[in-house]
Design a protein around this ligand. Structure first.
Ligand code: ZN
Length: 470
């Protein structure tokens, strides 16, 4: 499969050619662990989870690193407010993040480096940058001298003169230029700190990612990802640090950025009352994790994405259709040659998930036609061959392709029953079957009617009854 991706660095679609085709390396900026993930935090995790799954299908060996930023002033502030230790805040928040991302069926990255485990590497980078004239120490700080790097601004498309000319109020007195950014800063006794040649201190955020990417992926690697909000200054500063420290012509070959998530057309904000913690949304039911993942993938990753209740309900309805197909008895099948690749091909075209999902729906239609009849002419107009598979065949292809998107992981019967406590429903159905066996039709009908008012639909088969939520 040919892969090409939009590169933020060159602003063009480029064929993906790994530095080492035997080992593809990708770095994605992970969470700063001070608070529960909100809806927008899930988007890069899902987008780059799909990309990692795709790369693993195409290449023999992939290393996907996503860091945890566990030293940051936001963490220090949260610990002070909550009366917890910094270690308690970061351990709890990282565990919450893992649980929430698993609820969206994201696989863990291959490596999850933590910033506090890489302080020596950060100090080495600072020393190298000072030695090469790209950084300077002042008043316990180490600062990157933006003027020393001619390519500063290239990734984010900002003109360095404009950046430097930008009048700023309250420029710290130890800075040579307003745009110079912090690599290292002093810590007083109340703050986390490590001994360094510049006194006890702690790293700036940007140097953390340069150090972790270097340690685990090398001086240069294939893909660097993150949200578009990280392009400037975070990624611009990462590139400056890494290129100047290592003397390389680039950091990552391809930079990929996902678009932002809005809620009801507005930027999420606590003051607008449209700020959603992911965990609160997930608590609505066991179906939400998959419906939200599908909602995210229905929009191309580079586009802005608007979260609405309607969009979540639409995603759930689409999954209901897939699970209705999967719940139908059908023989074990094997996908026809080309079926799975046809669905996945758009992912190689800058991760076009909307088109891959449309093709997945077409295979679902083929399975439905094979099982219950109808016309496949409309689908055949789009497929590379007039596939008319036997029952179970298109279904096998749907499941294999969906796994690359990280979808359709629920048990079909459990999905249709909506999860939750089903014991009372099962007991009522057993009573109704007993009433029917005793030819007590009035009692059997009474139980069915009672279940109907609870939104439970019974489907009688030969000697058994299955059920689903309406
Ligand atoms: Zn980063």
């Amino acid at each position: 499969m040919q892969l090409s991706f939009h590169n933020s660095l060159t602003r063009t679609r480029e064929p993906f050619r790994p530095i080492d085709p035997a080992h593809v390396r990708m770095y994605v900026c992970g969470p700063t662990v001070y608070d529960l993930a909100h809806l927008g935090n899930a988007r890069p995790v899902v987008v780059f989870d799909v990309l990692a799954r795709l790369l693993r299908r195409v290449f023999p060996h992939v290393t996907y690193a996503r860091n945890i930023t566990d030293v940051d002033d936001k963490i220090n502030a949260r610990a002070r407010e909550s009366g917890k230790t910094i270690a308690e805040v970061t351990a709890q928040t990282a565990a919450d993040f893992h649980a929430d991302m698993a609820a969206l069926n994201n696989l863990p990255p291959d490596i999850e480096p933590r910033a506090t485990d890489h302080i020596p590497q950060m100090i080495v980078l600072c020393k190298k940058l000072i030695a090469s004239g790209h950084a300077y120490a002042a008043e316990g700080h180490v600062l990157f001298a933006v003027a020393s790097f001619a390519d500063y601004g290239r990734l984010s498309g900002r003109n360095q003169d404009e950046l430097l000319a930008g009048a700023r109020i309250d420029v710290a007195p130890y800075k040579r230029a307003p745009g110079d950014f912090v690599l290292w800063k002093p810590s007083d006794a109340t703050l986390p700190g490590w001994e360094s040649p510049w006194g006890r201190g702690r790293p700036g955020w940007h140097i953390e990612c340069s150090a972790m990417a270097w340690e685990h992926l090398g001086e240069t690697f294939d893909i660097h990802g993150g949200g578009a909000d990280l392009l400037f200054p975070h990624h611009e500063n990462e590139v400056a640090q890494s290129r100047c420290a290592h003397g390389t012509a680039g950091m990552a070959s391809i930079w990929m950025h996902n678009g932002m998530l809005t809620v009801d057309g507005e930027k999420m904000s606590k003051s607008l009352g449209n700020f959603f913690i992911l965990r609160d949304v997930l608590a609505r039911g066991p179906w939400v994790g998959e419906a939200f993942r599908l909602l995210l993938l229905r929009t191309h990753y580079r586009s802005a994405l608007d979260y609405t209740e309607t969009a979540l309900a639409e995603a759930r309805a689409e999954l209901d259709d897939f699970y209705a197909m999967l719940a139908r008895p059908a023989p074990e099948g094997e996908a026809l040659p080309g079926m799975v690749d046809w669905v996945l091909e758009p992912l190689g075209d800058d991760l076009n998930t909307p088109l891959a999902l449309a093709r997945l729906r077409d295979l679902r239609t083929l399975e439905n036609v094979a099982n219950v009849g109808g016309s496949a002419a409309a689908v055949h107009a789009r497929t590379p061959a007039p596939w008319s598979p036997a029952p179970g065949v298109a279904r096998a292809a749907v499941l294999e392709a969906a796994a690359v998107l990280g979808l359709l992981w629920h048990d079909p019967a459990a999905w249709r029953q909506g999860g939750g406590d089903t014991a009372a429903i099962e007991a009522a159905i057993a009573s109704r079957l007993a009433a029917r066996a005793a030819k007590d039709w009035a009692e059997a009908d009474r139980i069915r009617a009672a279940l109907t008012t609870q939104g439970i639909v019974l489907e009688d088969g030969a000697g058994t009854t299955s059920w689903r939520r309406a």
